[in-house]
Design a protein around this ligand. Sequence first.
Ligand SMILES: Nc1ncnc2c1ncn2[C@@H]1O[C@H](COP(=O)(O)OP(=O)(O)OP(=O)(O)O)[C@@H](O)[C@H]1O
Ligand SMILES: [Mg+2]
Length: 344
Amino acid sequence: MMDPGQQPTSSDLRDFSRKVREAPTREENRTSAARSMKIAQGETEGEEDLLRALEELRAQYEKLARAAGRLREVNRELELTVASRTTQLAMANHTTDELLTAERRAREEAEIANRIKGDFLALLSHEFRTPLQAIFGYTELLERQIHGPLNEAQLRDLKRIQQSQQHLLGLISTILEFARLEGGKEIEVHLCPTSVHEILREMEGFIGSQLEKRDLKYDYRCDGEAIFAHTDPARFQQIVLNLLANAIKFTPAGGHISLECASEPGTAVIRVIDSGIGISDEQLETIFQPFVQIRAKHSTTEGAGLGLPISRRLAIAMGGTLSASRNPESGSTFTLRLPLARDL
Ligand SMILES: Nc1ncnc2c1ncn2[C@@H]1O[C@H](COP(=O)(O)OP(=O)(O)OP(=O)(O)O)[C@@H](O)[C@H]1O
Ligand SMILES: [Mg+2]
């Protein structure tokens, strides 16, 4: 710096003129101010951007916080649902266990009841058979007139007593047989190659008098006399006789009964066809249940309703089947299928 009274040296003057040269012009000063303003403005814009970014960040954060809250809620709901489902499952398992136990108990009770019923029927049948045999014995003595002569009317009555006795004995035998089959005991069958034709051709001899009495036509047709079934001949005969007895019983006078025999691969097929009262579709299966009898016009109420259930059990025990169907016109067809004897 120079003293106010001091004369400027040439160096001072040179210094001064340099400073004047180097000093910014007014234009330069304006430009520089504008630049400073711009920088200041730039700084302000940066700050606003930053604020905006912060604002967005806060909004995003709040959104995330809300989503996290919702997630916690959903999680809680899920936990509650799982807990409730687990309880339901446990209850369902418990109910299933209870049902299974009840079902087992019911089955055991039914088996016991069935056994008791079988024993009762067997006992009852046995108790009936003995006095029935005695009745027959005494009627025979009377018939022989050992204790004195009998007149015509007395002999006729004696015959009626014997017929009733035979009928009752037949009924009792059927019940006894059924009781035996129901008792859970294995059905005893003696299977052997059996000529179907030889058994069936004998049938007319058994039913001839009944056919005549009821005015029924009968025919027997066998599509192969060499058909051999692997079966128990006595049981086979018993089934066919049962079916023929039914056909006779449920066919009104003037009707027709046929017995047919044919073979299908591996099977002997025996059919009893009648032109009788027929069986409705709903009853085609129920008639194989024990003690089921369909009461219809013209039909008698004879029998116990056991012939078919016994026959079906026997057929099954011999590896066969027994079924019923309706004929297109009238009457029914009962079809017995038995396995063919392989080695013949
Ligand atoms: N061929 C048939 N036509 C019409 N109905 C029949 C025939 N066979 C059987 N049924 C019906 O089926 C029922 C059951 O027959 P099932 O042979 O078991 O008993 P049932 O003949 O009445 O008595 P059981 O055979 O014990 O002497 C009969 O009562 C009858 O209603
Ligand atoms: Mg019968």
